[in-house]
Structure formats: C-alpha cells, structure tokens
Design a protein around this ligand. Structure first.
Ligand SMILES: O=[N+]([O-])c1ccc(O[C@@H]2O[C@@H](CO)[C@H](O)[C@H]2O)cc1
Length: 502
C-alpha cells in the first residue's frame, strides 16, 4: 500500500542564504588521511608537491569548500613549529598513538588548499598549549613581513600571507579522551584569552569555540552556557560534533539520525540564545557543525587501546553501505533546514578515515556510497534554503521517539529550485510537493535506495553499490501547476532539480 505525504513550499518563505562553507570537511593527521590519503609523493598521480592528483580530483567532484586541519584530537598535542621549515622531527602523536613524521605541516596543507580552491580552517592546540602558540600561528600564517613568526614563514619560502580566515579554538575540549581535557570554566577562560590574542594579530579572523563532542555528553548544554559566557565577546561561532551509526540492527533509529541532528542544532541554538538573553544581546551566534558523519564508533577500540604505530596505519577506515549513504543524505537535509544558524559544517573526514573517498597506497582512489548524496547536495543546494513544511506520517523509534517518516529541504537560486527528500520508512510513499501559485518543471532526479547488504571494502564493492542503488532520472518534463507528485521508494534519498515559474 502506498502512503502519502505533502511537502509545502513557497518561494517567499525562506530560511536564509546557504553559506557555501556548509560543505566542508576535516583532514586530520590520523591514520591514512594525510599520508597515503591526500599526500603520497610516490603515487603515479602525485603532483610536484607530493599530493595525489586522483584524490584532489575527487575532492573537487565532491564539492568541498572548506577543510578543517590538522585535527580533530590530533591538534590537542600538536606542536605546529615541528611541521614548518627544514627540520621536521618525527614525534609521538598522543591522540592516536602514531609516529607523526611531520612531513606535511601547515605550509604544505595551506598550499594544497590554495591549489585545490578550498578555504582552510585551522585549529589551534588548546590542549597542551595556549595563548602564545596560538597567536604565533596566526602571525605565521597571516602576518606581514617584519615580525618574528611572519618572517619565519617568509624564510620558509612563502612571502605572501595566507590570509587564513577560519580558526578553531581547540578541539572537543569537553571530551575526557582529549589530551589536555578541561572543565568548561578552564576551557572558556583559555579560549577567551587565546582568541583575544589571535584577533590582536589579525582582527579579520573568525573564531570557533568548542561546543560539545556530542549531544550525549554529560556536560552538554551546561558546557555551551559556561564556555559562551566566557568567550561571548571574542568568538563568532560555537562548534558541535555528531556521529551516527546503526546500533544492533535498529534501522529505524539509524534512519532517523537527521532528527537527532535537528534536535541537537535546536538545543545548541537555544543555549547560545540563552547566553545572548542574559547578556542583553540581540546577537544570534552561529554554529560550526565541524564534525558530522556516520561512524561505527562502537567498533572503535578507543584511543587508549590503540597500539603504538607508525607509517600511516589503517585507523577507523569505516566502509559504508547504501543505507549509510541515505542517512548522510538525510543529515544534509537537516543542515539545509538550519542554513540560517549553521553557516559552517564539515563532513568528517575526507579520505580513508570515516571518509567518502578511499585510497590504496600506490593504487586507486574511489568513492564510497556516502560520496554521492554529499556531492549532489553540494552541487544542487544553491542560493537560499526554503522554509518547507512536511505533512506526513510519523513512526516510533527506540532511540529518538516519534519521528517524521518523510523529511525534506528545498533551495532556490533564481528560478532554479532543488528539492531533497528522504523516505525513512519501509514502504513506498507518494509525496505531493505543493507549490501554490507557482509552476515547477522537474528536470533531473538523483535517487539512492538502501538495502540490508553489509558494506564490504574495496573499489569494486563501492562501485557495485553505486551501480545498483544510485539512479539518475531524466524528469525532463511537463510543467506542473500548483502541485508536483513524486514517488519515494522505501529507505531512499532523492534530489530533484527543477525550474520554478510564477
Ligand atoms: O563520542 N565519542 O566517543 C567520541 C570519541 C572521539 C571523538 O573524536 C572526534 O572524532 C575524531 C574523528 O573524526 C576526531 O579526531 C575527534 O575530534 C568524537 C566522539
């Protein structure tokens, strides 16, 4: 039996502009993200700087706009000076218990980002270090000739400042696993002082304060309040991180991850607005959702159980299924619906480590199933997000309570309208897109359906999943007045592009 839902959209009802920086990623010194991920000098596609051309091409195809670097947990014991200039000591990275060769450092990363047209977002170490090292790194990157750290950059071969605009004040400082983990008061004070010094070096930078590592953290909410009380006058955004997975075969809860993310965003917004109210401020702080993805964290042994390793070990190389890809598509729907408060977001991560792109050393690079909904959304979601309303069935889930079966987002850019739809249910659903007073001509559709096949590693499997589950549909067709109907298969993600006329 086919059930029904209605998606109401009107070009006049808008959430806000889509900041292109919503389609960011994280590139961490972790496992094979950097070494044999983006960087592999001996690879046949490597450029003159040692960076893989095949990975750069897939990164461009994915539509990545910003890249957060160098971590992640890694940054919390990172000594950035070890990664610049001629002397590069191998050091023990305490986050992932791996020997870090320091072959790639700030200059190599920033120059790769420049060549690939990606805006860098640098994180400073507020775990083992503090104000001095953070301000010095801003000066190293952005300072004009004539002072110590800017001159060091020039001596290292880079005359022109990089002009790095986005800076994270540490990483997940609420997490007990973090090197240099702090209480909210300890972190808030340090972040306020580091941020103040960093903005004295370069007032044009944007700063992100660490929010919570997940909505399930015992300190969630209180952490944001305390940290923002301390940092209100210096920060521009607060971060949030969230990873989702299927637990014990509970598909319904997993498919509702977008609702969990939606609640998380609303709660962070509420926390920030509560601080604003207390400070008699009308400012609406924005969110940097700078780590999000599907991650089978329950299979991860934990940082303390990792053996000491070297030579870019394989750590958290999750292999994704079509179901995971549908969830990624749904999480993007959530982000679009919060475009007004979430200008920055990073799919964590880019290559090999919980990533849409995989590589083999000396071998191929390929797209995981999760690559496709991201690439399509990044390409089609242009202009402004529309404030869509969904009327449809709900379903009970063990983890998230009652959730909508159909989710939707839509964007408008001139006459181009893109609609993103997810059917989380196990039955086909007919969706009526109501656009009263306007006509829609659908052009192309992209559809991804899940199944219950477990994910298997390797390019052949990833390609087989894509061939079986990803369809591009030519909808080139009739102009529909007021209402357009579309059928969503069970457990599917759909994106349609269209032209709207009044
Ligand atoms: O919920 N947890 O148990 C949990 C544990 C670790 C964790 O780390 C984050 O995810 C890592 C991988 O992207 C990044 O390096 C770090 O910022 C994020 C969440």
């Amino acid at each position: 039996m086919t059930s029904h839902a209605t998606v109401l959209l009107h070009p006049g009802f808008r959430v806000g502009s889509i900041d292109r920086r919503m389609f960011g990623t994280l590139i961490e010194h972790l496992g094979r993200a950097v070494y044999t991920g983006i960087f592999e000098p001996d690879h046949p596609t490597a450029d003159e700087h040692g960076f893989r051309g095949d990975v750069a091409a897939l990164t461009a195809e994915l539509g990545i706009t910003i890249a957060r670097y160098p971590g992640g947990n890694f940054v919390s014991s990172y000594v950035w000076e070890d990664g610049v200039g001629p002397d590069r000591p191998p050091v023990l990275d305490l986050a992932w218990r791996t020997v870090e060769p320091n072959t790639v450092g700030t200059d190599e990363f920033l120059q790769w980002a420049e060549r690939t047209g990606i805006e860098p977002m640098l994180a400073v170490n507020l775990g083992t270090r503090g104000v001095d090292a953070a301000a010095a790194l801003v000066e190293y990157c952005n300072g004009a000739a004539g002072t110590r750290w800017a001159d060091l950059r020039i001596a290292n071969g880079r005359e022109r400042p990089y002009g790095v605009r986005l800076w994270c004040l540490g990483n997940e400082m609420d997490g007990p696993w973090q090197i240099g983990h702090k209480s909210a008061d300890e972190y808030g004070r340090l972040a306020a002082e580091a941020g103040k010094a960093m903005k004295r070096v370069d007032p044009s930078i944007e700063l992100v304060a660490c929010g919570s590592s997940s909505m399930e953290m015992p300190t969630f909410g209180a952490w944001e309040q305390t940290v923002l009380e301390h940092t209100w006058d210096v920060v521009d955004h607060v971060s949030m991180h969230a990873y989702y997975q299927e637990h014990d075969g509970d598909r319904a809860s997993f498919l509702a991850s977008g609702t969990a993310a939606d609640r998380f965003i609303r709660r962070v917004v509420a926390s920030a607005d509560a601080v604003a109210a207390r400070k008699q401020s009308d400012r609406r702080l924005t969110i940097s959702f700078d780590e999000w993805n599907v991650w089978y964290l329950s299979r991860f042994p934990g940082e303390t159980n990792l053996p000491l390793q070297r030579d870019a070990p394989r750590i958290i190389e999750d292999v994704y299924s079509a179901l995971d890809a549908v969830v990624v598509g749904d999480l993007l729907v959530t982000l679009l619906n919060h475009a007004d408060r979430v200008p920055l977001a990073c799919l964590a991560q880019l290559v090999n480590v919980i990533a849409p792109i995989m590589t083999e050393p000396g071998g191929p690079a390929w797209r995981q199933p999760t690559f496709h909904p991201f690439a399509t959304t990044a390409r089609l979601a242009q202009g402004e997000a529309l404030d869509v309303r969904v009327f449809g069935p709900t379903t009970a889930t063990a983890r998230h309570g009652e959730v909508p079966v159909v989710t939707a987002a839509a964007t408008i850019d001139g006459q181009s309208v893109a609609v993103f739809l997810v059917n989380r249910g196990t039955e086909e659903i007919e969706v009526a897109i109501d656009h009263p007073g306007a006509s829609l001509t659908l052009t192309t559709g992209h559809q991804l359906t899940a199944d219950d096949e477990p994910a298997r590693p390797g390019p052949e499997h990833a390609e087989a999943i894509t061939a079986e589950h990803l369809r591009t549909i030519d909808l080139g067709g009739a102009r529909q007045d007021d209402r357009t109907t579309i059928v969503l298969p069970p457990e599917s993600w759909t994106a349609v592009s269209s032209v709207m006329t009044s």
